[in-house]
Ligand binder design. Structure first.
Ligand SMILES: NC(=O)c1ccc[n+]([C@@H]2O[C@H](COP(=O)([O-])OP(=O)(O)OC[C@H]3O[C@@H](n4cnc5c(N)ncnc54)[C@H](O)[C@@H]3O)[C@@H](O)[C@H]2O)c1
Length: 285
């Protein structure tokens, strides 16, 4: 099945990035947010991002116009009814996603594929919340979606080969390198990355080194583009905590047990870049 119209549900960091990627690949995109004001703000954000790329000579002006003309926004879930693929990218919470999948299953045409951008949650649980478990897969983009070259396609036990193939074809058409992964918490990347990120928080809490020294050490010593604490801020501390909790729930490995510092920061609303404060301060001076 070829994907010509994509629905994206969720207007956070990932939803907008994926919209840009898909629209650049020639796909018509309909973004759905719970509030029209947020949906409209996403369109404005996309236009700003495209204008910056034109300014820097990275994108042709005419192409930018065509890309933005392919994206529209709505607050109405029913407006997604004729999409070939709907990719959900709302908060990393199984109950919220399950409910959304049940609603989308009622709304979408029977041949539409339903996908989640979840970082860790069991895809089979989302599949079983629908009457089309064979057509539910994971399509996991990375942050920021326009820059990161990888997509993990996750095939739950219930998925048909055709659905998995269509998801892979879509991600490839978006210009991404695709890997297929079994439905296990964290898939490949986050299952390997999060013990490292979590242990950086442990080190900070133990006073082994300062925030800046931990990040400087991993950049200079491993040639990583950013340190672990800056990366946690980029991912979002609430999303990171949900990822660790899902990994711990599945594997009971102490390396996945979230540190109290991370939990307290989330409770305090310090969510990283998106809230203006995390391990670093992002308030505009
Ligand atoms: N942040 C990352 O680095 C990253 C990378 C890859 C995948 N993901 C995954 O993408 C998804 C979204 O993450 P994000 O970083 O964009 O999050 P975010 O916090 O930026 O945005 C979450 C979105 O969910 C919406 N939302 C919250 N509660 C809701 C509810 N009850 N019903 C419907 N919508 C609700 C919010 O309004 C917001 O638009 C998650 O599943 C996350 O695991 C995140």
């Amino acid at each position: 099945m070829s994907i010509t119209k994509l629905g994206i549900v969720g207007s956070g960091i990932m939803g907008s990035g994926i919209a840009e990627v898909a629209a650049k690949a020639g796909v018509e995109v309909l973004l759905r947010s719970r509030q029209q004001s947020t949906a409209d703000a996403m369109l404005t954000g996309l236009e700003k991002s495209l204008a910056k790329q034109v300014e820097r000579g990275k994108l042709d002006e005419q192409v930018a116009k065509e890309v933005s003309a392919r994206v529209s926004a709505t607050d109405d879930l029913h407006a997604l009814h004729d999409c070939d693929l709907v990719l959900e990218s709302v908060v990393e919470d199984l109950a919220v996603k399950r409910e959304l999948f049940t609603r989308l299953d009622d709304i979408l045409k029977p041949e539409a594929i339903l996908a989640s951008n979840t970082s860790t949650l069991p895809l089979v649980e989302l599949a079983m919340a629908t009457e089309r478990p064979d057509m539910v897969v994971g399509i996991h983009f990375f942050n920021p979606a326009p820059m990161m070259s990888l997509v993990e396609v996750i095939a739950p036990l219930t998925a048909s080969e055709a659905s998995v193939a269509a998801a892979k074809e879509f991600a490839s058409a978006c210009g991404k390198d695709v890997v297929e992964v079994k439905d296990r918490a964290g898939f490949v990347v986050n299952a390997l990355l999060f013990p490292y990120l979590n242990n950086a928080v442990r080190m900070l809490e133990a006073g082994t080194a300062t925030r800046d020294d931990i990040d400087t050490a991993m950049k200079g010593g491993c040639n990583f583009p950013m340190g672990p604490l800056a990366l946690l801020d980029l991912v979002g501390l609430d999303t990171s905590l949900s990822i660790l909790d899902a990994l711990y729930e599945e594997f009971r490995d102490p390396n996945y047990a979230a540190l109290p510092l991370l939990r307290r920061m989330v409770a305090a609303g310090h969510l990283g870049r998106k809230s203006g404060a995390g391990f670093y301060d992002y308030q505009k001076k």
